[in-house]
Design a protein around this ligand. Structure first.
Ligand SMILES: [Zn+2]
Ligand SMILES: [Zn+2]
Length: 190
């Protein structure tokens, strides 16, 4: 079997591996949206702007946390937003998922991997700012197709239940997501 790719948070307390299949079927994208930036700022990471946040979208069932899974916590920037998972040991943003496991999706932060080049080329650029216009997305087709095909595969195989983010029995997140306050939120959207 081909080797997976190791990941860890900044301090190294939370570690794991993405299976080779997950690397092969994942899509590397970058996102310029205000929420991805706000998430970095919330955790005291360097401000990515004007650069985007580098993400690797993959099937959650290909992610295995081998150490420090109890550090995995989640927050929400707004009541309807995705779950933004992070390593609470050191405040490293970890991944975004949808609120329920039934639509299996994860966008891991590419910086968690020592070897980002192993994640492949950047296939899509989301929410590119355009002065005076609506933000544009390039490569949206490749991104959407990746999300859809991974969801279908995970549903048909039943592997969608094997996710580090949700309890297989109850479908509840492994950590209760915290909604950040309006005051905190205001500071994150400069
Ligand atoms: Zn850590
Ligand atoms: Zn974003």
């Amino acid at each position: 079997m081909a080797e997976g790719l190791a990941f860890s948070c900044n301090c190294g307390a939370l570690r794991g591996e993405v299976a080779a299949q997950g690397i092969k079927t994942g899509t590397r994208v970058v996102c310029y949206c205000a929420d991805c930036r706000a998430n970095e700022l919330y955790h005291g990471q360097p401000d990515p702007a004007p650069d985007p946040v580098d993400l690797f979208q993959l099937a959650p069932d290909t992610i295995t946390i081998t150490q420090g899974a109890d550090h995995l916590k989640a927050l929400r920037l707004g009541p309807r937003g995705p779950l933004r998972w992070f390593a609470s040991c050191c405040g490293t943003p970890f991944a975004n998922t949808l609120a329920k496991p039934g639509l299996p999706f994860a966008g891991m932060r590419s910086d968690l991997f020592q070897d980002k080049s192993a994640l492949g080329k950047i296939r899509a650029r989301a929410f590119i700012p355009a002065p005076g216009k609506q933000a544009r997305t390039k490569g949206g087709g490749a991104m959407a197709w990746g999300i859809l095909s991974r969801m279908i595969t995970a549903r048909l195989s039943g592997r969608w239940k094997e996710t580090p983010f949700f309890d297989a029995e109850t479908g509840k997140p492994v950590a209760e997501p915290q909604l950040i306050s309006k005051t905190e939120r205001a500071k994150l959207y400069p």
